[in-house]
Design a protein around this ligand. Sequence first.
Ligand code: ADP
Ligand code: MG
Length: 683
Amino acid sequence: MSSKKPKTRASRLERLGLRSDMDFVLHLPMRYEDETRVVPIREAQFMTGSAQVEGVVMSSGIQYRPRRQLVVSIADETGELFLRFLHFYASQLKQLAVGSRVRVRGELRQGFFGGEMVHPAYRVVAEGTPLPAALTPVYPSTEGISQTQLRKEIAAAMARVNLQDTLPDTLLMHLNLPVFADAIRLLHNPPPDVDEHALAERTHPAWQRVKFDELLAQQLSMKRAHTRRRQQIAPQLSASGDVTRGLLEALPFILTAEQSRVVAEISESMQKPYPMQRLLQGDVGSGKTVVAAMAAAQAIDSGTQVAMMAPTEILADQHFQRVAEWMAPLGVDVAWLTGGMKKKDRQSVLSRIASGKARLVIGTHALIQDEVHFDSLGLVIVDEQHRFGVGQRLMLRNKGESGHDSVPHQLMMSATPIPRTLAMTYYADLDVSVINELPPGRTPVITRLIDRNRRDEVIKRIHAAALSGRQIYWVCPLIEESETLQLQTAVETHAALKEALPDLNVGLVHGRLRQAEKQAVMDAFAGGEIHLLVATTVIEVGVDVPNASLMIIEHAERFGLSQLHQLRGRVGRGDAESICLLLYQAPLGETAKQRLMTMRETSDGFAIARRDLEIRGPGEFLGARQSGVAMLRFADLQKDADLIEASQDMAQALLDEPGEAAQAIVESHLNRWLGGFEDFLKA
Ligand code: ADP
Ligand code: MG
């Protein structure tokens, strides 16, 4: 029994991420309690928040009405106070016997019989026990680990560990930051005269130092990953050839200046002998697909194969149709691969890929399955990259390595604009290209919020709109708990709308349809045969039907901000003025209201992403659960933009500085902050 105990404790501590001494040292308080003062009981009555008082127990006993509880009265020279404990142990009865002196912390409120505290924190003390000189830290903890235990472990670790600074004085002076050891000691053990507000707000120089260090470690490790990648070998893809030129001519439009600029950036990095790793960002509808096609053309011109992966079958199919239409006439064999294919078709596609006959392969996750072998993969393109995990992206990239030393170039695309501070931290190891304008002729989408009880009115308007030649999406509510329920709603909505609009052609698309069925519906919609398309969120990303100009989203309050932005981005792609109606169910919660108002106010993807980041935090925003990005524990991407910038500059300066001194700083700093985990983080 006793041999088991340490193990459970260790595993509990591990749950808090506490293994090494440095883990404990960097386990910093989430807040502080002020136990440095004792106030007279009489005064505590007039204080808001919690107060600490000290008194002698006058009476103590179990009361049974209205329910069983331990009631203790204490008194000092100024007054009396009741303490109530609804849960208590027999030992507490003894501890709190008449005559004991106790120090009590809690919120004092007025009960029936005068001032009382319910479940206060307390400690039996001898008369004259000195008060702590510093604020008392409160640490993030977990069940079964007490604050006292944590404090003890941390103090022990502090005594053992080397707190020597990783950064030289001159740099710290330049940045106006305190030395590491002082900062850490202050945070664990703030002196009585500390600026409590700055401590709570984490603007205190000690906090600034810790955050700076954390950010610096992140920057260093990202930049090193970047450098390491430059030591890998990739096929050098020559700038242009017949396919590239032919594609430019085949396009039904001319590239915008922004698209051309980005195409050139990509082209240049693919001519290098090391693998490109580039994120192509551009708001919904900015025209990323054609940029990807241009990159693919360059790779094909150089004799390598290209893999392009999209998160949904609908999107993969759309890319395939579009790109094949452009490239097949140029003699390029374009293949398409998804999970839902018939076995025979699949086999023949696989052999075309393996033999190198298929030059461009477009598909879903099916592309990363074991049985897919490329002959010479030179470029991988991942569309809507945030929909994939790091592991999946890596698997696609690794498809190029069988039998070759060379690593393919990688182009990732995302319509989720990444706010600058996020890009500077989590994507610091990537090259980023941004398309900053939409193709010409787009009119902004008008967005209206409409109460769901006006749904009938909306249906009437749809009718008129459809008859005047518009095509319409009707997106059914998201039902998080159950896909089946979501499906059912879509089927019912489809039936109801069909009945309400008998002279319109109403289509339905959802994730459970077989691939051929999905394809048929999407083709009919793209071809203008379907007036109104009822859909689940399967159409959220990528779908491009320029003639569709009206978007209705039912129960819009259930969707996240970037989801709404993506959905709205399905319209406003053609010449017609587009409208997006967000039907909501009143009453709205506060965040839902904020989201909908943001949607109404702006169509700027960056502004929306910033709001989304504020509302959700970086973890969820990035989809960290699947991507495995290490979260910043202390730095705040919104509040600490200055520190992010400073840490980036410093990281660059340290890595650029020749000589062993700078190298040693980098090593010791990374070692302190990441321990042996650097590679793990970047895996
Ligand atoms: P996204 O960036 O959201 O992936 P798409 O690549 O789907 O955007 O492009 C959106 C629409 O804009 C498509 O219909 C595409 O054909 C069109 N488009 C792209 N580039 C241009 C351009 N330079 N001029 C006109 N239309 C363009
Ligand atoms: Mg797209």
